[in-house]
Design a protein. Structure first.
Length: 322
């Protein structure tokens, strides 16, 4: 495969994604340029067509799903939802987080702090089933042109609506419907246990440990560490490629010192990276660096013969379709 092909393919899919899902139409000239490179420079018309058409179908399918959610009626509802203690936070005497309706739709949830919820939060690590009445509505858009847009952010994660519960009660523990959900909840359980363990550490160690190692940001983290915002370093205090590179290098170093065979070490490090992604809740910011790490392991194992540019392009493709 000619060097740079996967890089251009990734840039092409990223451009299609931005145009179809976010209506960034000024990228059209760049899309035409990337397409011309795929078809004329690399001379791979069939493979290029498969990649581009598959990307378009995937993105259109995603948009159709979002449009179906948008068309759902809003207003006062009485509904049931599943929430995990690892997915909610207490902010200003309010409970804020994410949950899943029994219909399968993921939503944002808000409700006033209640004694039974405090007890639930402090005494269990398992997801629970709640029933309540409240207002079912679209997530708000940004108030200012250049401010954070919660609607676009959550929509990129497949979440369109929020419910502001007025009354609710706990029905009991939720039960997983399939094996994948069971694995996801089990990982969440251990993540929540470890977060609670970090809560008992001294303030500085607690804050940076939770943020950099667990991908969990306390509600008052930036209020208590105002210098981070002042210096514009917010992006550094989130789980990202820094942790991926650290785990990759640390494990390879430990494996060499312990006499682990090179092939076994490279296979194990891939498992560790996937476990990190699951442990961090499947955050999008980890997809590309983890794919880069896995592709690096494959290159060292000679399972994949691509250069660094195409490895980056492969990770970009994975990040776009995640």
């Amino acid at each position: 495969m000619m060097s740079g092909y996967l890089l251009v393919s990734g840039l092409c899919l990223a451009t299609v994604n931005l145009m179809l899902l976010f209506q960034v139409w000024w990228l059209l000239p760049f899309l035409l340029w990337f397409l011309s490179l795929l078809y004329f420079k690399f001379s791979k018309p069939f493979l290029s067509t498969v990649i581009v058409v598959s990307g378009i179908v995937y993105f259109l399918g995603w948009q159709v799903k979002i449009n179906q959610l948008i068309r759902l009626p809003v207003g006062n509802v009485k509904t049931q939802a599943i929430i995990h203690p690892d997915d909610v936070q207490f902010k200003n005497n309010k409970v804020v987080g994410t949950g899943r309706l029994l219909s399968g739709e993921n939503i944002r949830i808000f409700f006033d702090n209640q004694n039974d919820m405090i007890h639930f939060k402090s005494s269990t690590v398992k997801p629970i089933l709640i029933q309540g009445t409240g207002v079912f509505e679209r997530i708000n858009v940004a108030r200012n042109e250049f401010s954070f847009d919660p609607r676009s952010y959550w929509q990129s994660r497949g979440i369109v609506h929020r419910i502001k519960f007025k009354k609710l009660k706990i029905l009991g523990y939720a039960k997983p419907n399939d094996f994948i959900t069971l694995i996801k909840w089990t990982v969440h359980n251990y993540h929540y246990r470890l977060t609670n363990w970090f809560e008992g550490l001294p303030t500085g160690l607690r804050d940076y440990g939770e943020t950099l190692l667990l991908g969990y940001t306390r509600p008052d983290f930036y209020a208590e560490n105002g210098g981070i915002q002042l210096l514009g370093l917010m992006h550094l205090f989130s789980i990202s490629g820094f942790q991926v590179a650290g785990i990759y290098q640390i494990w390879r170093s430990i494996a060499r010192r312990c006499g682990v065979q090179r092939e076994h070490s490279l296979i194990i490090v891939q498992m560790l990276l996937v476990a990190l992604w699951l442990f961090a809740g499947g955050v999008q910011s980890l997809v590309r660096p983890i794919l880069l790490g896995i592709s690096q392991a494959w290159r060292e194992l000679r399972w994949l013969t691509i250069d660094a540019k195409d490895a980056w392009g492969l990770s970009l493709i994975g990040g776009v379709i995640n």
